[in-house]
Write a protein that binds this ligand. Structure first.
Ligand code: HH2
Length: 264
C-alpha cells in the first residue's frame, strides 16, 4: 500500500493550518515527507474542514504553484483542488494527479481538463458541501450509498474521456459522516476495493479518532491514524493520505511483512 503525504499550504487546515503557508517551508516539509517514505505528495491550498472559508482561484494558485514547482522533481505530485484553473496550472508545473473532493462535480471544466491532460484522478465522496456536511449526516446504508455514488462518478468520468485505469476512488472519511459512518466505511474498505478500482483512504488525524479517545486533539491522534490506515490496508486499500508519513510508512511496512510471513 502506498503512502500519500499531505502538504497543506493553507492558513486554516484543521490540523496543520498556517504551518506551511510560506512556500519554502512547504517545500522543505514535502521533501522531508518523501525522505520519510511518501510515495506521492498531495499539495492543497484550500481547507475543506467543516465551515472553512472558500478561497479565490488567484489566492489558491499563489499558494500552491510555487510549491508544486519546488517539489515536482522530488516525487509524484497530486494537486488537491476542486478548481480546474488551479489544476491546470498545477499540471503545467508538474502535477500528475488531481485530487478533487467534489469528484469532478464542482467545476464544469474539471473533467475535460483531466481527460485532456492524461492525469490520474481521485474521485472522493462528500455529502453536501464542506460548509454543511457535518449537519446531521444521514444514510440508509452508508457503504452502499457511498459506493453507488462513486461508481456513478466513475461512469461520468469515463464518459468524459478519463480512462478507468487512471481513476482512484475514496470514501471521503469525515466528509458528511458521523463517527459510526466513518467506522463502517473503514471496515468496509474491501467493498470498495472489490470494484477493481484503486482505493484511497484519508483518515489522518480526523475528528472521529478524537471522539473515540476522550476528545484527543488533532496532534494526539497518531495511534488512531495508524490503526485506521492498517484497517484500510487490510481491506485492500491502494493508498492512504496522511500527515505523519514516517510512522504510517513504518506501520505499513511491518504489517506487510507480517502478512507475507503468514503460512498460506
Ligand atoms: N481529506 C482532506 C482533504 N482532502 N482528499 C481526499 N482524497 N481524501 C480525504 O480524506 C481528504 C482529502 C482533509 O484533510 P486535510 O487536508 O488535513 O485538512 P484541510 O481540508 O482542513 O486542509
Amino acid at each position: 500500500m502506498k503512502v500519500m503525504g499531505i502538504v497543506n499550504v493553507t492558513p486554516d487546515s484543521f490540523s496543520d493550518g498556517g504551518r506551511f503557508l510560506d512556500p519554502q517551508r512547504a517545500i522543505d516539509h514535502g521533501r522531508r515527507l518523501v525522505e520519510e517514505g511518501a510515495d506521492v505528495l498531495d499539495i492543497g491550498g484550500e481547507s475543506t474542514r467543516p465551515g472553512a472559508a472558500a478561497v479565490e482561484a488567484a489566492e489558491e494558485l499563489a499558494r500552491v504553484i510555487p510549491v508544486v514547482e519546488g517539489l515536482a522533481d522530488t516525487a509524484p505530485i497530486s494537486i488537491d483542488t476542486a478548481k480546474a484553473a488551479v489544476a491546470a496550472e498545477a499540471i503545467a508545473a508538474g502535477a500528475g494527479m488531481v485530487n478533487d473532493v467534489t469528484a469532478l462535480g464542482g467545476d464544469p471544466d474539471m473533467a475535460a481538463l483531466c481527460a485532456e491532460s492524461g492525469v490520474e484522478v481521485v474521485l472522493m465522496h462528500m455529502l453536501g458541501t464542506p460548509r454543511t456536511m457535518q449537519d446531521d449526516p444521514r444514510y440508509g446504508d452508508v457503504v452502499a450509498e457511498v459506493r453507488a455514488f462513486l461508481l456513478d462518478r466513475v461512469e461520468s468520468a469515463t464518459g468524459a474521456g478519463i480512462p478507468r485505469d487512471r481513476i482512484l476512488i475514496d470514501p471521503g472519511i469525515g466528509f458528511g459522516k458521523t463517527v459510526e459512518h466513518n467506522l463502517e466505511l473503514l471496515g468496509a474498505t474491501a467493498a470498495f476495493a472489490e470494484t477493481g478500482l484503486p482505493v484511497l483512504v484519508g483518515p489522518s488525524r480526523k475528528a472521529f479518532i478524537g471522539r473515540l479517545d476522550h476528545e484527543a486533539p488533532e496532534g494526539e491522534r497518531l495511534g488512531g491514524t495508524v490503526a485506521a490506515c492498517l484497517a484500510a490496508m487490510d481491506g485492500g486499500a491502494a493508498m492512504v493520505r496522511v500527515h505523519d508519513v514516517a510512522p504510517v510508512a513504518q506501520a505499513v511496512r511491518v504489517a506487510g511483512a507480517i502478512r507475507s510471513a503468514r503460512p498460506d
